[in-house]
Structure formats: structure tokens, C-alpha cells
Design a protein around this ligand. Structure first.
Ligand SMILES: Nc1ncnc2c1ncn2[C@@H]1O[C@H](COP(=O)(O)OP(=O)(O)OP(=O)(O)O)[C@@H](O)[C@H]1O
Length: 449
């Protein structure tokens, strides 16, 4: 007979789409059930789950007062005094400018059996998730890349650094979502997948009655508002929980190691020091690694254990401070980094970018190399990068190209054909995108054109 500990106290089967139920405890996540209303007086009706992170769950909700749909980020109780609210307030865009940071609409506190939770009411965005192949994913154009740099320039203009730049923290604005009625959303998305949870001993009040799967916002938009395919992307940067005002004490860097700047990655992996200092220059490196991944849906560095070596290969140098570390972790096969080796690696990268249909691959490589400097002092600022020749010909309010589809699922094809969108000139294209196979070889991947 199975014992309770085998199930970690839960009578359920763990699935990847759900937040870990152990997060629901005193000081932890807020138990939510679909259809409930939050706010005082109640104002936001929860419609669907949009996602979850290490410290929060995020829900689509209908705002009864402003009659629009919004995103509610409900922060776990123990983290709810964090500075994300202050950061978002500092980063409100002036009315005259297109926002580049996700916009805060309201904030309040909500009490549950697990404590007091901060609730951040934000515009809904479609996060660019590289690892969920079923979703609609836009091709990242030169204009979209420029917008990600503009986001960093804006954050810097407020004296701040982000500290958690990775592809999952970028999204595209989807104002189309705001206008649907609750019933229309439920009808269009279909019955949400839920997972009943039952804890065998803890207080039932700590848990929601079920966990909800994430709503597929891409498929929803394609069936409910396919016209969103016809407009340029408007990028937003998300998750300001780790941002700080430079000059004050930085919080612990949160960036996943494969996206972290060398000064952070080296401290964490070689020195076991999780409190490395970081600033806006670290964001520039992380953004380079991130836009590489956004542009070709494949990270430049794959493995945490080899990330420092790969950094040295791509930058063509060995920093003096890293030599001691190399005594215990020598380069594989004795290949020592140097400028010629780095040039060769980037040449191959450029060829790969060409196969991925990236605009001006040589220019894109030059931009990345400017940003990826091991020495933070050598990295240009975001404002300097906005003037990089790669962006020549793009103007401040230039919409850029129409987004195209990648990794099209049946759902997308169905939506496209039902709406007749495939007949719209220039809206979609079928192209071959190389894709990384299991063994690291590039395979072909057919896409709508
Ligand atoms: N405004 C939004 N609109 C739609 N989805 C959102 C929005 N904000 C966040 N999400 C989704 O919720 C997920 C969790 O959000 P976020 O990353 O801000 O949470 P977190 O708890 O601070 O997590 P972590 O620090 O682990 O990234 C995101 O990955 C994204 O998928």
C-alpha cells in the first residue's frame, strides 16, 4: 500500500502545465477558483489562468468597472511586500509614448487563508514562450528587436536595471483580448483543463479546489481576433520583480545562468557566490543572448555547466580573473579561445541566421558581438545600441513588418482557413526554418508563408 509521503501529501498526479501545489501553504500562493471576484468592492472576475511563476499565479480577469479584460498577477503572501509594485509605478509610460514595459492599471491587496497577497492589475500580454511549440509564435522582426532594446533604454532612463532578462519575460501587447465578454472567452477557449487536488492532512483552506491549466492565448486570438495577425508587434518587457534603482543595493540576480551576464554567471558557477553585483550593463549582455533566442528560437548557450567556456569561445578571450577557474575546468579538447576561433564561430552563426530568414544576418551578428563583451565596461548602453547600423532605416514609430507564423499547429491552420486569412496578401508565408534536432543537428521545419 502507498504511504502518504510517497505522494508528498497530495493525492494527485503532477502535470507540467500546473503550478506545484506545494506552493499553496501559509505565506504561499493565493487559492483561486474560476469565476471568483477580487477587489474591494469586488471588481475583477477571474476568467482563466494565464501563467504562473516562482512567486505568483497570473489570471485573466474581467474588470466590471472599466469593462475590459486585464491580467491579475497574484503574488504569494511572503513575497507580497516586494518592490515590484514600486518598480511598475516608476516605469509607467508617459501618455505620449508607446509603452515598452508592461503597464500597471491598478493594485490592491487580497487576503486568503495563506496570508495577504499583493494583486497587480496589468494589461494582458502574449508572452513569447520558446518552449511551448503548440502556440502561435511571431517571427521577431528588426523592429521587434529594436523595441526590446528600447525597453532597456526606457528602464535605464528611470535609473533602473531589470535583472531578469530572458525570452519568457518578453511578450507582445494584445489589446484585442480586452474587449471580449467573459462568456465569449469561455466559449472560444472551451472548457479549461483542471486538476483536482486533495491534500491528505493540511488545512483544506490553503488549497484551491483544483489547479487550472494555462489558457492558450495564441489559439484564442487566432480564432477570436485573427486581425491581430495583420498588425505590427508591440513588445513589452515583463516581470519587474527583480528590478532596482542603480546605486541602491541590488537584489540577488535572478537571470537563468544561460542568459546571465558573465560577471553573474562566473560568480555563481565558479565562485559559488549568489550575490554578485550587477547593473544595467549586465542587462545588455542578457538581452543579446535573449534576442539571439527570440530571433531563431534557439538559445546560444545550451548547458549551464559549459556556459563560461562558451562565453569565452564566442568572445575570443580569457579574462585574467578566470584563469584560476580554468585550472580545474580546462577547455574541452584543448581548444583555447581566441579572436580567430571566435570569428569562425560567428561566421557559422551568420550562416545559420541566413537559413532562419533573419533580416541582414551579418548586421545582426555585428550587433550581438557589440553587446556580448566579457568586460561590462566595454558594452554599449541601450541608447547607443538604438543607433546601431542594424536598425538603419527604421524610425521611432515604424511598425516594421507584419508578424508571421512559426511552428503552426492544426489549431492555427484551422483558424487561418476558417477566417480566410490565408488569402490576405502578404499576411502569412510558408518558409523552412532550421530547427535543432535531438542530436544537435539542424533539421528543417515547415512554416506558413
Ligand atoms: N501581463 C501579463 N499578461 C499575460 N500573461 C502574463 C502577464 N504577466 C505574466 N504573465 C504570465 O505569467 C507568468 C508568470 O509571471 P511572472 O514571470 O511575472 O511571475 P513571477 O512569479 O515573478 O515569476 P518568475 O520570477 O519565476 O519569472 C509569465 O511567465 C507569463 O507567462
Amino acid at each position: 500500500m502507498s504511504t502518504e509521503s510517497e505522494y508528498d501529501g497530495f493525492m494527485y498526479c503532477e502535470l507540467p502545465d500546473y503550478e506545484p501545489p506545494s506552493g499553496y501553504a501559509l505565506g504561499g500562493l493565493c487559492p483561486i477558483r474560476l469565476g471568483c471576484e477580487l477587489g474591494s468592492p469586488p471588481r475583477y472576475r477571474v476568467i482563466a489562468k494565464l501563467g504562473y511563476g516562482a512567486y505568483s499565479t497570473v489570471w485573466l480577469a474581467h474588470d466590471r468597472v472599466d469593462k475590459r479584460n486585464v491580467a491579475l498577477k497574484i503574488v504569494e503572501a511572503r513575497t507580497s511586500s516586494s518592490n515590484e509594485l514600486d518598480n511598475l509605478q516608476r516605469l509607467q509610460a508617459p501618455d505620449t509614448e508607446e509603452p515598452r514595459v508592461v503597464q500597471l492599471l491598478d493594485a490592491f491587496e487580497h487576503t486568503s487563508p495563506n496570508g495577504r497577497h499583493q494583486v497587480l492589475v496589468m494589461e494582458p500580454v502574449y508572452p513569447i514562450d520558446l518552449f511551448w511549440f503548440k502556440d502561435f509564435r511571431p517571427v521577431i522582426t528588426r523592429d521587434a528587436l529594436r523595441q526590446t532594446i528600447a525597453a532597456l533604454a526606457f528602464i535605464r532612463s528611470r535609473g533602473m536595471a531589470h535583472g531578469d532578462i530572458h525570452p519568457g519575460n518578453f511578450g507582445m501587447a494584445v489589446p484585442e483580448v480586452e474587449r471580449f465578454s467573459v462568456v465569449d472567452i469561455w466559449n472560444l477557449t472551451g472548457r479549461p483543463k483542471v486538476q483536482v487536488i486533495l491534500h491528505t492532512s493540511h488545512s483544506l483552506g490553503s488549497f484551491p479546489p483544483y489547479l487550472c491549466s494555462k489558457m492558450d492565448l495564441g489559439a484564442f486570438l487566432l480564432s477570436g481576433a485573427p486581425e491581430f495577425m495583420q498588425r505590427p508587434l508591440s513588445m513589452r518587457i515583463l516581470d519587474l520583480g527583480n528590478a532596482y534603482v542603480v546605486g541602491e543595493c541590488p537584489p540577488r540576480a535572478n537571470t537563468p545562468i544561460i542568459y546571465a551576464a558573465p560577471e553573474v554567471a562566473f560568480a555563481c558557477t565558479a565562485l559559488n557566490d549568489l550575490d554578485a553585483t550587477w547593473d544595467q550593463r549586465s542587462d545588455i549582455w542578457s538581452l543579446a543572448v535573449c534576442i539571439y533566442a527570440l530571433a531563431c528560437y534557439h538559445p546560444i548557450f545550451k548547458f549551464t555547466y559549459s556556459v563560461l567556456h562558451e562565453m569565452m569561445y564566442y568572445c575570443g578571450e580569457v579574462p585574467d580573473a578566470w584563469r584560476e577557474y580554468l585550472r580545474s575546468e580546462p577547455f574541452p579538447d584543448g581548444i583555447v579561445p581566441g579572436p580567430a576561433h571566435a570569428d569562425g564561430l560567428w561566421k557559422k552563426t551568420e550562416q545559420y541566421f541566413s537559413r532562419c530568414h533573419i533580416e541582414n544576418p551579418a548586421g545582426f551578428v555585428r550587433l550581438l558581438r557589440r553587446m556580448m563583451q566579457l568586460d561590462p565596461a566595454k558594452r554599449p548602453t541601450a541608447v547607443e545600441l538604438l543607433r546601431d547600423p542594424y536598425f538603419d532605416g527604421l524610425h521611432e514609430h515604424d511598425g516594421g513588418d507584419v508578424p508571421l507564423l512559426r511552428d503552426v499547429s492544426n489549431v492555427v491552420l484551422r483558424a487561418v482557413y476558417l477566417t480566410g486569412l490565408h488569402k490576405a496578401r502578404g499576411a502569412l508565408r510558408l518558409v523552412d526554418i532550421p530547427k535543432c534536432g535531438e542530436d544537435g543537428d539542424w533539421q528543417s521545419n515547415t512554416v506558413l508563408e
